[in-house]
Design a protein around this ligand. Structure first.
Ligand SMILES: Cc1cc2nc3c(=O)[nH]c(=O)nc-3n(C[C@H](O)[C@H](O)[C@H](O)COP(=O)(O)O)c2cc1C
Length: 400
């Protein structure tokens, strides 16, 4: 039967991902935690915001047929204000993050690469010169320095330090069982779960590789790459960082530095004091502390507080170009996408990620056009219908 591989929405990409991925992989991408309130609110909140369109464009909008969607993030150009968010996932596609990086490069978009990713930073940077490498506060300082040096040598243009994680695990809808490694014994055990997904199996069979479930970017100089669970164990045993540690990390990196995971105004101000270049207002896509509010609700307070000192980005719940426009109108310089790119990768490999980026770009372009603007820089709160009590300020007490 002929099936058009092109899809018209991210929701359709997710439906295809669900059909194509064994549950142990699909469930890991759905992620979320506990009741799933935050993961839902990230998406719901965008739907609560409305647009206030204009029939005739403002000033400069009328004099050209195309809108300027381009921007820069920490000095790196992006053809439109969407970046790939780092995701530490395995077994979605044999080309994994290399396919995502190629798609991003083809669309002029920056690639965020997780230190928990399945592909080494050298291969990913070869596919897309605009890579931002992401790290957690994990391991001792020597290990962190070695990982940063390696990413720098590979050509990473910025560091993303992700600091919002609390190792909360349970999900009311159940978590998939993920093996520590794939060998003959696990293959036999997993067979009933993966045999109904011949397309997924075929992709891996064609590549001649089994999903290896290791984290190559955390490989020590003289040892094998740790397994995903091994890496997770190291991270759990690392005492959480102080603001001095954040300043140390930034100094050691020595280049553009984004702190990811901020939802509070007081944290945003401390991040500025620690010398960050940018921050991403993020709740880890709802995978962290459940019932944390949607990031788009807390973005305006953070952008108002520190947006004139550092670049403020947002991630969480972005599924449409209109969502990108809304985040920009409320003060974000750009957004990062996590699951949307993973659904695209699962649905149709590299072309699927390009498809997702095209959906977001054209949706953003429609919004900018409908709002009567010449480009993304013109977006402002005046373009939106913002319900009462939508905006939330966390950690904005009078002592700050
Ligand atoms: C399966 C999965 C794995 C993730 N792994 C990482 C990671 O390794 N590092 C990180 O900084 N964020 C990670 N994230 C969070 C994303 O970077 C991003 O903050 C989140 O997905 C944004 O929400 P969205 O999925 O609704 O776009 C992960 C998210 C998902 C869904």
């Amino acid at each position: 039967m002929f099936r058009n591989p092109w899809f018209e929405t991210v929701a359709e990409a997710q439906r295809r991902a669900k059909r194509r991925l064994p549950y142990m992989v699909y469930g890991a991408l759905v992620a979320g935690s506990e009741r799933g309130r935050t993961v839902d609110d990230n998406i719901t909140a965008f739907g609560e915001l409305g647009f206030a369109p204009r029939v005739v464009g403002r000033s400069s909008a009328g004099d050209r047929a195309e809108r300027d969607l381009s921007t820069t993030v920490m000095g790196v150009e992006s053809s439109f204000p969407v970046l790939i968010s780092p995701t530490g996932v395995q077994a979605v596609h044999p080309d994994g993050e290399v396919a995502v990086a190629r798609a991003a490069a083809n669309r002029g978009v920056i690639m965020g690469l997780s230190s928990f990713a399945s592909k080494p930073v050298e291969e990913v940077a070869a596919a897309n010169p605009n890579v931002f490498f992401q790290m957690y506060w994990s391991g001792d300082r020597d290990a962190m320095v070695q990982r940063m040096e390696r990413a720098k040598a590979a050509g990473a243009k910025a560091l993303i330090a992700t600091l919002d994680w609390s190792f909360s695990h349970g999900r009311d809808w159940g978590s998939p069982t993920i093996p520590e490694k794939i060998d003959a014994k696990t293959v036999a055990k997993l067979a009933p779960g993966v045999l109904p997904y011949p397309g997924w199996l075929w992709r891996f069979a064609k590549s001649g590789r089994l999903p290896d479930l290791t984290t190559p970017n955390l490989k020590p100089p003289n040892g094998p790459a740790p397994t995903f669970f091994g890496a997770y164990g190291e991270w759990m045993q690392t005492p959480p960082p102080t603001w001095e540690d954040v300043a140390w990390l930034r100094k050691e990196w020595g280049g553009p530095f984004m702190l990811k995971g901020v939802t509070r105004v007081d944290d945003a101000k401390r991040a500025v004091d620690a010398g960050v270049t940018a921050l991403s207002v993020s709740n880890h896509g709802g995978n962290n502390l459940d019932t944390t509010p949607a990031t788009i609700r807390v973005l305006p307070s953070i952008a108002d507080a520190v947006g004139d000192q550092v670049e403020v980005l947002l991630d969480g719940g972005v599924r449409r170009g209109g969502d990108v426009a809304k985040a920009l109108a409320l003060g974000a310089r750009a957004v990062l996408i996590g699951r949307a790119s993973l659904w695209g990768l699962a649905a149709n490999g590299e072309a699927g990620v390009e498809n997702v980026l095209d959906i977001l770009r054209s949706g953003l372009d429609s919004a900018v056009l409908g709002l009567g603007h010449a480009g993304v820089r013109d977006l402002s709160p005046d373009d939106l219908v913002v319900p009462r009590d939508f905006r939330l300020t966390l950690g904005g007490g009078s002592e700050d």
